[in-house]
Design a protein around this ligand. Structure first.
Ligand code: UDP
Ligand code: MG
Length: 323
């Protein structure tokens, strides 16, 4: 029977963890009883350098029950890196992984369906939200704008799918060949291929604690997603250049007509506007190119994405595998 690891990144989640572990343990037990997954399936809690008592709690859970494993990163590396750290560690210990958030906003009752799809041959199963009623109108509209923009930029992502997904060991082996430092999992996973499936569910609200994704993080995540997968913004610069050239041509024409008709336009206004317009556009273009150069810089250096401080999983040494 297949061994399942539920991979849960946790950053300052002391408020939700006890309830999360209780619910997940219970769910895993029911799945085992149904014969879906093997008895030695685990919940792998990844502590992403939390500053609260998250790691102490994880150690406690691990002591109380071998069903809970813990992985501690050396410092905060962000959700995506923490998830990869968990997945890459789990890959060597199990047959299937399912990643989910610590706040259990994603309905865990559909976990059975994930595994059933895997048994039907899917190597990757995407959890897709059917409704976004519980999100604020703001989060909903920014998310919709984000998916729309990504599609326009030519990035192939599954709509309304966050990082709630099943990946088989085989898919993870392939995923480990993607060494990029600017991580955007939702963009990378569809590149892997194999048979995939979709499971729909309803997303609920956080039952405790606050979102660790404020607007600033959300925006930088969206920006990362676009610039890591698409070079369309670069070609956009050319488009803007052409448009501006055309507009200034029109302005020139208007000026000439005024001149012919004897209407006096103070010359300095035109000069000032065009200078600032040109400067603004050039700076935007430069910044855009700079963003890609910066990314290339990070990729060329290829620094490790995370370091593991400790792995709590029975039968494993305290110093886990490196990234
Ligand atoms: N998270 C993390 N590292 C971070 C920020 C968040 O591991 O630097 C985890 C967090 O503990 C949670 C998941 O990522 O399990 C999603 O975060 P959150 O629920 O705050 O985001 P939202 O659902 O509001 O988008
Ligand atoms: Mg959440």
């Amino acid at each position: 029977m297949d061994r399942l690891y539920l991979v849960v990144p946790c950053y300052n989640e002391e408020e939700v963890l006890p309830e999360t572990v209780r619910r997940l343990t219970d769910k895993l037990k029911r799945m085992t009883e149904k014969g879906l997954v093997s008895k030695d399936s685990r919940i792998l809690l990844v502590d992403d350098g939390s500053r609260d008592r998250t790691w102490e709690l994880i150690c406690g859970f691990h002591q109380d029950s071998p069903t809970v494993s813990g992985l501690k990163l050396s410092r905060n590396r962000g959700h995506q890196n923490a998830l990869v750290a968990g997945l890459m560690t789990a890959r060597e210990l199990c047959d299937i992984t399912i990643s989910l958030d610590a706040d259990l906003q994603d309905d865990i009752e559909v976990l059975d369906q994930f595994v059933e799809e895997y048994h039907k041959g899917a190597q990757i199963v995407y959890g897709v939200r059917s409704a976004r009623d519980t999100d604020t109108a703001f989060k909903r509209s920014t998310a919709m704008g984000f998916y729309g923009l990504m599609k326009k930029m030519g990035v192939d992502i599954v709509g309304n799918h966050a990082d709630y997904r099943l990946m088989s060991r085989r898919a993870l082996d392939c995923f480990s060949d993607y060494r990029e430092v600017n991580l955007f999992l939702r963009g990378i996973v569809p590149l892997i291929g194999f048979k995939t499936a979709v499971v729909t569910y309803e997303r609920s609200e956080r039952f405790a604690g606050e979102s660790k994704y404020p607007l600033k993080k959300m925006l930088s995540f969206a920006w990362d997603g676009i610039t890591s997968f698409s070079t369309k913004p670069l070609s956009l610069i050319t488009g803007v250049g052409i448009a501006v050239g055309f507009l200034s041509g029109l302005g020139l024409l208007a000026g000439l007509i005024c001149l012919l008709c004897g209407v006096l336009v103070p010359g300095w206004i035109w000069v000032l506007i065009s200078v600032w317009l040109g400067l603004g556009i050039q700076l935007v273009a430069l910044g855009l190119v700079g963003a890609y150069v910066g990314k290339t810089y990070a990729e060329v250096k290829a620094r490790p994405r995370y370091h593991i401080e400790m792995l709590l999983d029975e039968g494993k040494s305290p110093n886990g595998p490196k990234a």
